[in-house]
Design a protein around this ligand. Structure first.
Ligand code: DGL
Length: 284
């Protein structure tokens, strides 16, 4: 095939928006994205075989997340959302700055931390926000760094909840074991930050724990999940970047892939997505 013709043909193709998480959690974000922007095609990739990522090293999270992003690019996605705070904290910057220019400079990878930090200071009245996240996200310091850019006077109190994502990933989030670990970390965070009036669920798995988080929090605390925030931010992004918007396919299709058992994913994924999901297995 003639080289010029081939380039032109490739450039004119559109592809789905890729949404990635270590496991099921990103489905809580995808649900809101699809609700807000139903016209687009989406591919979800859950790396369930290697979840949770929360306690893994920088190098491991980066390596795993990059493999998943490359897979989504190979499926034709021009734009990938890392719907995972841990991957956004530990891998996004490297992927954007080191890998993207080499793999495909016109594609884009966006995370969930930036859109959240842009608005969180508008929600609190006391000026003190509690951040509940994985150990990896807390240790990365990403929320402190990003929030300072938008709300320099905001006081942050962070609490790593290393058992919360595994409880959700193992379908134990409604059981009594979940109450024990939820109470433990909420007691810790309210002990450290007596002025907290807003709790940010800075892990996309945590919306599944919302009822229990509410039960174990003092009355009047505002609990913020990221799905709608990320969906709103994606809508703004696509509006501001017509060159990318044009490359996003618009037939309203949804597909789901998991690196673990498709049957398990289909049995559990619906709870996160709010409607049944039909996944295919992939080997990375
Ligand atoms: N859902 C992910 C997050 O937002 C990661 C949970 C995990 O894999 O530990 O951080």
């Amino acid at each position: 095939m003639n080289g010029k013709f081939h380039v032109r043909l490739t450039m004119s193709l559109t592809g789905p928006i890729g949404i990635f998480d270590s496991g099921y959690g990103g489905l809580t974000v995808m649900k809101e994205i699809v609700r807000k922007l139903p016209a687009y095609d989406y591919i979800y990739l859950g790396d369930n075989a290697r979840a949770p990522y929360g306690n893994r090293s920088y190098d491991t999270v980066y390596r795993y997340a990059l493999e998943c992003v490359k897979w989504l690019f190979n499926r034709g996605c021009p734009l990938v959302i890392l719907a995972c705070n841990t991957a956004s904290a530990k891998a996004l910057r490297n992927i954007q700055q080191i890998d993207l220019p080499k793999i495909n400079p016109s594609n884009r990878v966006l995370g969930v931390i930036r859109p959240t930090t842009e608005i969180i200071g508008n929600i609190t009245r006391t000026g003190t926000v509690g951040i509940l996240a994985t150990t990896g996200t807390v240790q990365s310091g990403s929320y402190e760094i990003e929030i300072k850019k938008f709300f320099p006077r905001l006081k942050l109190v962070q609490e790593a909840c290393p058992m919360w994502a595994p409880l959700v990933e193992n379908n134990e989030h409604l059981g009594p074991g979940a109450d024990y670990f939820i109470k433990k970390h909420l007691d810790n965070i309210f002990e450290k930050g007596k002025d907290i009036d807003t709790l940010l669920l800075a892990c996309t798995h945590y919306p599944l724990l919302l009822d229990k988080i509410q039960d174990h929090s003092p009355p009047g605390i505002r609990i913020v999940a990221q799905g709608e925030i990320v969906a709103d931010s994606l809508a703004v992004y696509l509006n501001n970047h017509p060159e990318m918007e044009k490359r996003c396919a618009k037939q309203g299709t949804l597909s789901f892939y998991t690196t673990d058992s498709a049957e398990d994913f289909n049995n559990h994924g619906g709870v996160f997505f709010g409607q049944p999901v039909q996944a295919l297995h992939l080997d990375l």
